[in-house]
Design a protein around this ligand. Structure first.
Ligand code: HEM
Length: 406
């Protein structure tokens, strides 16, 4: 990209090559235009200090009703879904839903996930050897989170088939400029997902689970079907279940897929993990930093706010550049180098502040178990052809990652 093109850089229409490797562009923005105007009233932050300050800023709102109405169509199913999710809500709704959810995603509930997860990963690694053309996304990474979140909501296995496609369709509507076909698929996915959940909720009402560890029971028991304080409406209940499945699904698939890919193309780091399995904890943090599955978050300023000396007026839309912040040399030594022993590692892959990822310890557990077992079982693993990258700027990952097991 030529120097004067930096000024016109837009996430809705990024230059050729950006999706393959966005980091050089982010580096130039961070150095020359750390508060970059994407469009009238819309700004991108790329410095770690600014992104962190934005996450913690009390005047930055997560409510997306004004922003999404023209883009998604006010009244559409996909609009209702996204604007009812806790991640796109401010207090008091955000506080109510988050409290219920965090209570269920506690350390005890996470510890109970470990044994079934180890067995699941082992089974998938066994079956990988039977595949004529093993694909680390389809046959491994994508299979893990859907089971974990399905188990979390105790969703019957027979109903889990469409989850991945629904999730992809619903999240694709969050791209900066979703075309009509993408929106149509997203609306259909929300309707179908809600229909499946209504049956599940009715069943759980008849036979409640243990509210200490069962998220759905916890959400239902906080739900009394009206707008009363501390309770969830029917729409809040359904849309936050959908959100939980989506939030924990594609991001974690991409942690495992991006992680495996990064390790295989930085072969010395793969060999290091194979030789020293105790590094898996810092390796997962480094992979989250190096190829963040969620590259961007968004806020809207309720009052004037200042970042890197630039004052943005109330009403401004602000994009928080997670991926850019995670390569900021002001915070990370040799930021473009993958170092699986890196410590400390103050990456922002899970966000920060009031909306910090509620499932970060679930994701970390999945990442450690999946990548640790992969390296232990197939130390000679290698890429078997060109990977197929997902072409979105917000969610970074692969659709296919062909490998040979060695
Ligand atoms: C590697 C995997 C994951 C990544 C990179 C990730 C990233 C994020 C980020 C950056 C946010 C903050 C959004 C914002 O501030 O606007 C977030 C929120 C959230 N995540 Fe995750 N996430 C992952 C996995 C999970 C999992 C496994 C779950 C559930 C089991 C989950 C549940 C949530 C929830 C409920 C929120 C909303 C929190 C709130 O608004 O208060 N995430 N995630």
């Amino acid at each position: 990209m030529a120097a004067d093109d930096l000024e016109s850089f837009s996430l809705a229409n990024p230059p050729a090559g950006f999706v393959d490797d966005p980091y050089p562009t982010y580096a130039r923005l961070r150095a020359a235009r750390p508060v970059h105007r994407l469009a009238p009233g819309s700004w991108l932050l790329t410095r770690h200090a600014d992104v962190l300050a934005a996450y913690r800023h009390p005047a930055l709102s997560s409510d997306k009703q004004a922003e999404f109405a023209p883009r998604l169509g006010a009244g559409s199913a996909i609009y209702q879904h996204h604007t009812t999710s806790l991640v796109f809500s401010d207090p008091p709704r955000h506080t109510r839903v988050r409290r219920l959810l965090m209570g269920a995603l506690n350390q005890r509930a996470i510890a109970r996930m470990e044994a079934p997860l180890v067995a699941l990963v082992d089974g998938l690694l066994d079956r990988l050897a039977d595949q004529a053309a093993p694909d680390l996304i389809q046959h491994f990474a994508a299979e893990i989170p859907v089971e974990v979140i399905g188990n979390l909501l105790a969703m019957p296995h027979a109903e889990r088939g469409p989850l991945r496609e629904w999730s992809l369709a619903i999240l694709s509507a969050l791209e900066p400029a979703p075309p009509p076909a993408v929106l149509a698929r997203a609306n259909a996915a929300v309707d179908e997902f809600c229909a499946a959940l209504r049956g599940l909720v009715a069943e759980r009402r008849r036979r409640p689970g243990d509210p200490e560890v069962d998220v759905l029971t916890r959400l239902i028991q906080g739900h009394a079907g009206n707008d009363g304080d501390g309770e969830l409406t029917e729409a809040e209940l359904l849309h936050n279940c959908i959100f939980l499945l989506n939030a924990g699904h594609e991001t974690t698939t991409n942690l495992i897929g991006n992680g495996a890919h990064a390790l295989l193309v930085h072969r010395a780091q793969w060999e290091r993990l194979v030789a020293e399995s105790a590094l898996v904890g810092t390796a997962v943090e480094e992979l989250l930093r190096f190829e963040s599955p969620l590259q961007l978050n968004n806020r809207q300023a309720r009052e004037d706010v200042t970042f890197s000396g630039v004052t943005l007026p109330a009403g401004s839309y602000i994009t928080l550049g997670i991926a850019a912040a995670n390569r900021d040399p002001a915070v990370f030594e040799r930021p473009d180098e993958l170092d699986i022993g890196r410590e400390p590692n103050r990456h922002l892959a899970f966000g920060q502040g009031a909306h910090a990822c509620s499932g970060m310890n679930v994701a970390r557990l999945e990442g450690r178990l999946a990548l640790g077992a992969l390296a232990a079982r197939y130390p000679r693993l290698a890429l078997a052809g060109p990977p197929e990258r997902d072409r979105r700027v917000r969610f970074r990952g692969f659709r296919r990652l062909p490998v040979q097991l060695g």
